[in-house]
Design a protein around this ligand. Sequence first.
Ligand code: 5GP
Length: 206
Amino acid sequence: MNKKGQLIVISGFSGAGKGTVVKQLVERYGYSLSVSATTRAPRPGEVDGKDYYFKTEAEFRNLIDYNGLIEWAQYVDNFYGTPRKFVEDELAAGRDVILEIEVQGAAIIRKQYPDAMLLFITTKDVATLRERLMGRGSETEEQVAKRIRRAAEESRMINNYDYIVINDDLDTCIQTVHSVIMGGKCKRERNAEFIEQLQADFRDEA
Ligand code: 5GP
């Protein structure tokens, strides 16, 4: 089969639980996870180099100028981007890499890496998303309304994605995402070289 790793993009509404899904995919199935660079300030408990590479705006611009990011986007008031070296090294070593990024970055990946697999994680409806956002307790009503408006915008970008997975039961969602990825890796188009080799081997037998 294709010896290169699979690039996987996972996006979803804030509150749909994609962070938990991604964490579990890494823990249970050993996916490689890209750590993004950001100009956002660390939240309590976040660790530099583990959750993000926290950068000043000047450092971030420097990364862009030196082609150090495979994609970047502005989200709310901050910049976020995916460091190039880690992703390319991991793919070359045959490891499947997850990028947990927002919709504009996903669109760039689609163009730069046509083989990438794009998955969108959602709640089953808007009411559930609102309930989850309010349930966090950390956000004001105005902040919840802002996130819902943002989700409405993002919902228009779902057409760019290959797969949509509902996060209703967490365990089912994790297993479904893993199965979808495994299924995608078996697609014939992705394994052209392997198939050619197999057919050539048979020709030698004939
Ligand atoms: P947060 O500030 O809540 O950690 O992340 C805000 C948004 O930025 C989330 O939707 C997250 O998926 C997205 N994000 C995180 N890293 C990257 C990145 O490297 N590139 C892009 N385009 N989005 C990112």
